[in-house]
Design a protein around this ligand. Structure first.
Ligand code: GDP
Ligand code: MG
Length: 303
């Protein structure tokens, strides 16, 4: 222990907080809203978040480190298995757990295993009921009552991650439960994700947006190179999209390259918005057979 540590640090409050819940309830949307910038991929299709995303909320004299996890599911493939393991491990690592549900689907099948893990963990836990913009108090109140009677949560907080309604109240509820702790991250650090990871995630989000069925789930993105050209205030990014078969590759490229162009243009716009710099994005599509089932390939692609 360092002896010259400032005593004022003893007043500092901090915690690691996991955001868990079934797919599609709005975990990534909330994380992005809390941080005021995009650090997590958001998609109307389930299970888009493959890796854990860490986001830091900086307040006056306190810090909350959020971990947006992939959901806990019973699934068979290696990709899904590694996602489940990562969600489980998170429960033991954090100080607090925020379980999120969708107001319109309060009894999602995934909740059983989440609540089981929660009980085992014996951690401080909040229930976030999200998407209250989609329904009335008559829908909300019975859900709150049902969960209250289960005595699993220290607080129940209804919000809309999309509109921001209730989010300030959520921050207050979390803050009230912080314990003295270290300054984990410097005040200018919002996420542990690298530039290349954020770019890869944006590209992956666009694949989800523009392609259908199994294709987005069979796609992985890696960023090969980022080069800044200072005088031209331009960033050159080369990225590869991996799919599992030649036919998927053909679909993703599209007639006359139309599909990959659409993905690239949309991703480029968002990358420019995030980093504030003109961007040249070079996208290449490659076949990597069965990557989602091959543990070695998963590792190589960063999962
Ligand atoms: P995750 O899988 O839990 O991370 O969910 P996402 O954050 O990716 O969100 C899934 C979908 O729900 C996206 O289409 C979001 O725009 C949408 N969504 C998230 N929060 C809200 C909300 O408060 N209200 C409404 N109406 N939609 C939301
Ligand atoms: Mg997500």
């Amino acid at each position: 222990m360092k002896m010259n540590q400032k005593t004022s640090n003893l007043d500092y409050l901090s915690a690691f907080i996991a955001i868990v819940g079934p797919p599609n309830v709005g975990k990534s949307t909330l994380l992005n809203r809390l941080l005021g910038s995009k650090v997590a991929i958001v998609s109307p299709k389930p299970q888009t978040t493959r890796n854990r995303v860490l986001g830091v909320y900086h307040g006056e004299g306190f810090q909350m480190v959020f971990i947006d996890t992939p959901g806990i599911h019973r699934t068979r493939t290696h990709l899904h298995r590694s996602m489940v393991a990562s969600a489980r491990a998170t429960f033991s690592e954090v100080d607090m757990i925020a379980v999120m549900i969708d107001m319109l689907h309060p009894e999602d099948a995934d909740m059983t295993s989440i609540l089981k893990e929660l009980k085992k963990s014996e951690k401080t836990a909040l229930l976030i009921i999200n998407k209250i913009d989609k329904g009335s108090p008559e829908v909300l109140l019975p859900i709150m009552e049902t969960y209250r009677q289960r005595f699993l949560f220290d607080a129940i907080v209804p919000i809309s991650a999309l509109t921001g309604d209730g989010v300030q109240g959520l921050i207050e509820e979390l803050k009230a439960r912080l314990a003295p702790g270290p300054v984990f991250f410097p005040s200018d650090m919002k996420t542990d994700q690298t530039e290349s990871f954020l770019i890869a995630e944006i590209i992956r989000e666009k694949i989800f947006l523009f392609s259908r069925r199994e294709l987005p789930y069979s796609s992985a993105v890696t960023v090969q190179n980022i080069e800044e050209i200072p005088k031209k205030t331009l960033m050159k990014v080369s990225a590869k999209i991996y799919v599992e078969s030649e036919s998927q590759k053909a679909i993703l490229i599209g007639r006359g390259g139309r599909m990959v162009k659409k993905i690239g243009q949309s991703a480029r716009k968002e990358i420019e918005g995030l980093f504030g710099i003109h961007t040249f994005l070079d996208l290449v599509v490659r076949v990597e057979k069965n990557w989602s089932k091959d543990p070695k390939a998963l590792k190589r692609l960063g999962y």
